[in-house]
Ligand binder design. Sequence first.
Ligand SMILES: [Zn+2]
Length: 331
Amino acid sequence: MKTSKPLLILLLIWSTMPFSYGQTNYRHLEIQKIADGVYAAIHRNGGHGICNAGIIDLGDATVVFDCMMTPAAALELQQAAKELTGREAKYVVNSHYHNDHIRGNQVFSNATIISTSKTAELIKLRGPEELASDKRDAGERLQGWKSNPVSQDPHTEKERIGMIGYYEALSSSVKDIVITTPKATFKGSMSLHGTVRSVELIDMGEGHTQSDAVLWLPNEKILFAGDLLFVETQPWMLDGDPENWLRILERISDMQPETIIPGHGPVASTAAIDPLRTYIRTVMDAAAQVAVGNNEKLKCPPPYDRWMLSVFYFPNVMGMAERNGKSGKGK
Ligand SMILES: [Zn+2]
């Protein structure tokens, strides 16, 4: 192919220009700039990322916070890290052990994967058994969701597309997943220092799971909250301690973050804390009722019936009720 000289010069100039965010259209994630060198990677509904993630430029090193559920999504995250910061991730933080936050780990083979000691323990303990169960069930559950008819109701349709995306992600990736455990662990907190900024990793204790860590930028007041914050999305409540989760939300509020990147849902502020707090209390109240034989509260009330992952309401209430029954609460 013959290329004219002016076009060649233009192409040369273009090829040396740095990529800016938003230049690449990713299938599984959408990049949002939060501040200079700080980006949120937001899961695209129907894509295979499932959780939100973060990319933070420390100046001489790049941190990725949570790495999504599939190697395909994690590859996009790594690509975005390179485009936005000019280098691969040096550190990858796993906020907690859930599959949608850790199954991209294997893509970051040159990075040091960091989590709390408890989270590393849970990945080792639960990772292989969850993978085995996904290998057994994901295909069938995908077919189940696919057999649901297209809905005329926009919210129901958005949920259907999201659930199909989730089970497609699971069933297409399970054969390639190698459970990859963190190589560096901490208790309490640790800092990562760079030439431009430092970030703090803080173990907030038992909330959404038995150990949930956040990434905090104290100067910019930006918090990557992992699954301690869900926005317009129902959280899974059965792997942690909901009462302590409420205390953790108080602590997050006291930190006065200006921007919070939740584990699921759109980028938010502290205004998103109260709706989640109310949801957790609603589930706890409903569970107390169910534990004494009153099943009226089993139906998901508004506004939560219009949140994403509304399928979680029933198991959350039933699971909490069972727990109350065992502990003698609600009697
Ligand atoms: Zn989670």
